[in-house]
Design a protein. Sequence first.
Length: 264
Amino acid sequence: MSNLNQKIKLDQEDSKKPLLIAALICATILFSVIYLKISMIDMMMGLPNFILFFFQNFFPPSLENVQQYIPAVLDTIGYAVIATFLSSILALILGILISENTNKFKSIRMICRALVSVMRNIPFVIWGALLVYIFGLGGIVGVLALIFVTIGFLGKSYAESIDEISGEKLEALRANGASYFQILLHGVLPQFVPSWINWTLFSFEINVRASVVLGLVGAGGIGVLIDTNINLFNYGEALGIIIVIVSIILLTEFVTNTLRKKLI
């Protein structure tokens, strides 16, 4: 009888957990709205004005100078390609040093993990703004900002994927006297390749989007054209550029998804 009562109490406690979580979420949202003094009424009343302004000023989009966007489009894609390529190599080294499967030295793992964490947690816009002050306006700023953030993202992702690799094959190689690099080449990397392809293609998609935003802080690429045209009140031209950007992003996703299906 006591076991039955205990089971009923446990079931009641489990049924209360979703309610407590929901209450906590609602309380957090309510606190955020009150603390930030956000007026939902003002937001709802301002929405029609925003829609009216957008359709009155941005439409119709202007695509008359679309040929002039091509160099900026190539710059944007080029930044993403270079950053993803270099980052994937450096992040692979860091991922190997962070993973317990490939590095038994805890101190080295902690140092590399801290480095990756710093790179990952500083937004790419802040990296771009800082690097603009150091190098001035130009493409090198965009490439470096993307490399720093992508190393942080891929380093963590690669390390987690390597950690998920089954240790049975690795232990078998060790038992047969395989060296560290033999274990790495024949045990770790073959199992890691699908995850490497998946994460690298995903980071390329992110970098294409990010390279557009970096242009707004003077790091080059097609984002510069958006900023310039909006500042000059050429809203139709700006919308035309946005349409080009959306097309690039959709095409990038299509290409990476196609490659992912064929390679994995």
